[in-house]
Ligand binder design. Sequence first.
Ligand code: 5GP
Ligand code: ZN
Length: 139
Amino acid sequence: MDGCIFCMIASGEIPSETVLETEDVRVVADISPANPGHLLVIPKRHADDFTKLDEASAVAVIKTAQRVVRAMNNTLHPDGINVLQNNGEAAGQTVRHYHMHLIPRYVGDTVRMSWVPTAPGSEAIHSAAAEIRAGLGEA
Ligand code: 5GP
Ligand code: ZN
């Protein structure tokens, strides 16, 4: 997509610290990492977010992420690894081209990703689940 920075990174038009490139994805080092080794799996075909990802890209992102996470474990030996991605500004998405974060984690590091557990009650839990269930036909 014209003007999309991650399209330009994925295609190689903009240079990046690339860890792996396949036909469908490019894995690069995040420019402002949560920890050293923080990588982004970027599909080459533009998709705004998770809902727009084509099936071949989705498969490639997952398979590649799994391979790279295994390599990360074998090399950096982190205490854990976060595999995550954000959709929409409210969820923390700042680049509107789907990408998956692979973040090596260490006990005592400065990365904070948490929510305050709520207790909305079983009726609210049920009705939200029922609403989503009813929407599956249109998805
Ligand atoms: P988001 O907030 O959209 O989930 O994540 C965007 C990520 O892309 C951020 O972690 C940010 O540091 C990273 N990023 C933004 N611009 C660039 C860039 O030009 N090159 C690289 N390698 N990473 C970038
Ligand atoms: Zn793009």
